[in-house]
Design a protein around this ligand. Structure first.
Ligand code: PLP
Length: 621
């Protein structure tokens, strides 16, 4: 199993057990033995909960919240920083009630707050009882209704900060303030000019779509002063980006943010909070390098760099140390969810044996079979070339009608048996060759019970890499390589880039599918962004979701189960009334009975087939 690199990317949360299964370690009980993930699935199956499903591990969420908060606390202690740290969780990264509720619960002791980027997210935030000292940070485009709710929520003791994104928004705040006669808590979003490398480079720098430039900042300061509201401006927001790969980019951006903090303070804004937004990355590949799917720092380094940079810059400017706020989303939730699905079947690009040549075979079929006679390690390239040539010629003849389907099928089978022998010889060879480069074309297709568009949208949209690994048989060497295709009817619905121990690969080592029982795959670290960005392509809906807690004694507790969408639920999303669909189908059945094309006795069978489908799961059952 070393090929999968679980030791590298698994962060000691995901491990391989002695029985050759993926196991989950409990970070809150490091002494406990890992619990087998297939074992958990078996247990859930007894309760009739089946893949595809998302398994959320509550203990991982708790441990990430502890990790970030304690890292900042340690950095603050170590550097003698005078301020504190107050994190907020950006709701957009995972809005699911089960996730946000738990984050609020685990975050109480750290006065952990929430970030809302829209009205619905503010409504969610205000439905939680946060610690008295926690913040609610409101980002994004805000209308008067949004601002009114944010200001009024202060009457209930919420520390709701309205982060001004533009001069126009400042005007709306001034109007709502006059209307309500209540003071807002204000922030300003400052556009940093430093570019941050990585996938989200565009969200940094001059052309980023949010925040204000220096000219706009000055006009907002003047306007707030005129309106008698400058004393409400206590927070500066400077979002660093997302999944920042290089910690030195963090230092540079924080340094620039501090320059603004200094200047805004000198302008008379009584700033007390410096909010650095998101950016803390997740090492999806375990490479520990500044690449798109990895990061070259730890949470401890990230927090230490921020605290040190702020302390240094503001000491130099003679300004009191502010409360440091970050809005880490990805790093808080990514590890806590995993997607589990079963492999339904495989398409193989080799065959164990070939048919005997017959006298009536086309001469090109005999030529193709003859390649087997001189196939050896030192003539691999020649044999590959010859086999491909004869098959292509036969395909051309088939297209023109000179070769029939059965001849073509015999040729295909002979070709695939040659490929099996070539594959075996390539594996014995050392070093890359032209033939070994071509081997990816022979990878199997494993057809899997999930929708890429619903469950792994970033894999499709932005080439996000998530660790993917079979959950069982890891005590045996994988004997095949495969790409994974999903259950949608879309050729984009496939995964063909994988994280392996020695780097990214276009195919995944897998085992021949067992004759009995399921072959499960797990996709890890999918807790951030994937659930809500997912869509209903082909009308595959939300999967089942279970939330579990890992017990200190090695067991697990099922905290919550959310059944996946039924077909009738997804029909409603696209504005069908399921009752109307049933009625329309019934009408056609009755008409068929009336015209005699259907027997009355078949009515029940047809209607229950339709009803069972409409009430059932959208995935393969
Ligand atoms: N805060 C703001 C304003 C954001 O736009 C984002 C996402 O890009 C985040 C926080 C969360 O970032 P991350 O998930 O990288 O922690």
């Amino acid at each position: 199993h070393a090929v999968y690199g679980v030791e590298k990317w698994g962060r000691n949360l995901i491990v391989v057990t002695e029985e050759g299964e993926i196991g989950l370690n409990n970070p809150l009980a490091p002494e406990a033995a890992p619990i087998s993930l297939p074992g958990i699935l078996h247990d859930l199956e007894q309760r009739d909960i089946r893949p595809p499903m998302i398994v959320r591990v509550s203990s991982y969420l708790e441990s990430e919240i502890d990790h970030i908060n304690e890292s900042f606390a340690a950095a603050i202690r170590r550097t003698g920083y005078q301020g504190t740290y107050r994190g907020v969780f950006p709701i957009k990264v995972n809005q699911q009630a089960q996730v946000v509720d738990r984050i609020v619960e685990f975050g109480q002791k750290y006065h952990y707050g929430l970030e809302a980027g829209s009205k619905p997210e503010l409504v969610i935030a205000l439905a939680h009882r946060l610690s008295r000292e926690a913040l609610i940070v409101c980002n994004g485009v805000k209308d008067a209704e949004f601002i009114r709710l944010a200001i009024l929520s202060r009457r209930l003791g919420f520390n709701t900060v309205i982060v001004l994104e533009s001069p126009k928004e400042a005007e709306t705040v001034i109007e709502v303030h006059r209307e309500l006669g209540l003071e807002p808590l204000l922030g300003v979003r400052v556009k940093l000019t430093n570019m941050i490398t990585g996938k989200w480079e565009e969200s940094s720098g001059d052309r980023s779509t949010f925040g204000m430039n220096t000219d706009q900042l000055v006009s907002v300061i003047d306007r707030l002063r005129d309106a008698g509201l400058l004393h409400c401006l206590t927070l500066q927001h400077s979002h660093l980006g997302s999944q920042v790969p290089d910690v030195n980019d963090v230092r540079r951006a924080v340094g620039e943010a501090c320059r603004y903090f200094t200047e805004l303070t000198r302008e008379g804004a009584p700033l007390t909070h410096l909010d650095l937004g998101g950016g803390l990355g997740v090492d999806y590949t375990g490479e520990k390098r500044a690449t798109e799917n990895s990061i070259n720092y730890t949470v401890e380094e990230y927090s230490a760099n921020i605290v040190e940079t702020v302390a240094y810059a503001l000491d130099e400017a003679g300004i009191d140390h502010p409360t440091i706020v970050t809005e880490s989303g990805r790093a808080v939730v990514a590890t806590s969810s995993m997607l589990i699905f079963n492999v339904l079947e495989s398409t193989l690009y080799d065959a164990p044996d070939a048919p005997e040549i017959r006298p009536d075979d086309h001469h090109l079929v005999s030529d193709l079979a003859a390649v087997g006679g001189y196939l050896s390690a030192d003539r691999l390239q020649e044999c590959w070339n010859d086999a491909s040539f004869y098959r292509n010629e036969l395909r051309a003849l088939f297209r023109r009608g000179y070769v029939d389907l059965r001849q073509m099928a015999r040729a295909e089978r002979i070709y695939l048996s040659l490929m099996a022998r070539i594959k075996a010889l390539v594996e014995e060879q050392e070093g890359g060759t032209d033939v070994s480069d071509q081997m990816e074309k022979l990878a199997d297709i494993y057809h899997c019970n999930f929708s890429l568009f619903q469950s792994l949208p970033d894999v499709w949209a932005i080439d996000q890499l998530h660790p993917i690994v079979p959950l069982q048989m890891l005590d045996r060497a994988p004997d095949r390589r495969a790409v994974l295709s999903d259950i949608t009817c879309d050729s984009d619905g496939k995964v063909d880039r994988f994280i392996l121990a020695d780097g990214a690969s276009p195919s995944l080592p897998v085992h021949s599918l067992p004759d009995e029982g399921h072959y499960y795959m797990g996709v890890f670290f999918v807790g951030a962004y994937q659930e809500t960005l997912g869509d209903l392509h082909n009308l595959f809906g939300d999967t089942n979701v279970v939330t579990i807690d890992l017990k200190p004694d090695g067991g697990f507790e099922l905290l919550h189960e959310q059944e996946g969408d039924t077909i009738s639920e997804v029909l409603a999303y696209v504005e069908y009334d399921p009752a109307d669909c049933v009625a329309a189908f019934r009408k056609m059945v009755d008409e068929a009975i009336a015209t005699g094309t259907l027997k009355a006795g078949d009515r029940r069978t047809l209607m229950s087939a339709y009803r069972d489908s409409i009430n059932g799961y959208t995935y393969y059952e």
